[in-house]
Design a protein around this ligand. Structure first.
Ligand SMILES: [Zn+2]
Length: 347
């Protein structure tokens, strides 16, 4: 009898093992690229990633303007159970959108709470027809940085055509302000008098703006265009939490004047402190710098100062790695736009 029970137990174990094997990564159509394997040594995590990718294929989206579907998914382990969570992009009215990764993270929080998002969200997986090199937009970088354990977050792209899976670290998309190279004022790409004008304009702008929801950290920006004009703007918050960023502000003013090509943008914060340049604001700068690139000009210099005569400088290209702009998708349209909107083009 004991022998019989033992045999039954072994059979049960064997059946269990077989059913477990049926859910291992070797049965999945997905396979990691060789470089990605090192980032995901955990077999359980691989299975979760492949499961998320298969689920992401069916994530609902509504990209009515761009027709570019962003289908995202993750797997959250909660109380010993795995749960697939989906996210998808939707677009509305003027080109505005709820983005796929923000949608996904918000769904995780809505279902399981903010603490779970920080502790249990290990990866964001995208199902894509073709996996390129682009990272998240600047705003989604801000959001992922704020809501997740971003230092350990993995970004996954599963390519539909051949089921290859590329994994990267989210942190590769970030460049903290203290990583911007320090420079002496006389080695900047603008003249000392241009620098003085930019600093004065930005510091004056910082006295304004709207700060009803933030008690510190107000920043302001000033931009110098190739036409020699200076534009300035300070951050402004509002009750709908549609924050208006300073770099976005100066770029909109310059664009309104059809002054599309900028040499430098300088950002200041509180005196004695280096300003934070949000990734959303870097996205605006990157888009504008792509106008320069399209017409053979150097990228816009992004300069930050602590207000005490110390400077760091970089470019939006370096401060927003693996970014995308309209120039990536529609280079000819951007060239034509800039040609037909140049000052004097309507005369
Ligand atoms: Zn985004």
């Amino acid at each position: 009898m004991t022998r019989f029970l033992l045999s039954c137990a072994l059979i049960v174990v064997a059946v269990f093992a077989l059913s477990f094997a049926a859910h291992t990564s070797s049965d999945s159509p997905w396979h990691l690229t060789p470089q990605s394997e090192a980032l995901v040594p955990d077999a359980t995590l691989r299975v979760q990633i492949f499961r998320a990718l298969s689920a992401a294929e069916n994530a609902g989206t509504d990209p009515s303007i761009s027709h570019f579907k962003v289908r995202a998914a993750t797997v959250i382990t909660k109380d010993g159970q795995d749960h697939v969570v989906l996210g998808g992009n939707t677009e509305y009215a003027v080109p505005e959108a709820i983005h796929g990764e923000s949608s996904l993270i918000n769904h995780v929080t809505a279902l399981y709470g903010a603490d779970t998002t920080r502790q249990a969200l290990r990866f964001v997986a995208f199902f894509s027809q073709r996996c390129g090199l682009s990272g998240s937009c600047g705003d989604c970088r801000d959001y992922q940085k704020a809501q997740t354990d971003y230092a350990h977050l993995l970004i996954v792209c599963g390519q539909a055509s051949d089921h290859t899976v590329r994994v990267t670290r989210f942190s590769d998309q970030l460049v903290d302000e203290d990583k911007f190279p320090s420079v002496s004022p006389d080695s900047l790409s603008i003249t000392p008098s241009e620098l003085t004008r930019l600093v004065d304009a930005a510091e004056q702008a910082r006295l304004g703006g709207v700060t009803l929801f933030i008690s510190s950290g107000q920043t302001a920006a000033a931009a110098l265009s190739y036409s020699g004009k200076i534009y300035r703007a300070a951050g402004a918050d509002d009750a709908a939490f549609h924050y208006r960023y300073p770099i976005g502000g100066v770029l909109q003013q310059a664009a309104t004047e059809r002054d599309y090509f900028l040499k430098a943008i300088l950002v200041v914060g509180e005196k004695g402190h280096w300003p934070v340049v949000n990734y959303r604001d870097r996205q605006y700068g990157y888009e504008s710098s792509s106008f320069n690139r399209q017409t053979g000009k150097p990228p816009i210099a992004l300069i930050i100062t602590d207000g005490l005569g110390n400077y760091r400088t970089t470019t939006f290209e370096a401060a927003l790695p693996n970014a995308f702009s309209t120039a990536n998708f529609m280079p000819e349209a951007v060239k034509e736009f800039l040609r037909t909107h140049a000052p004097g083009a309507d005369k």
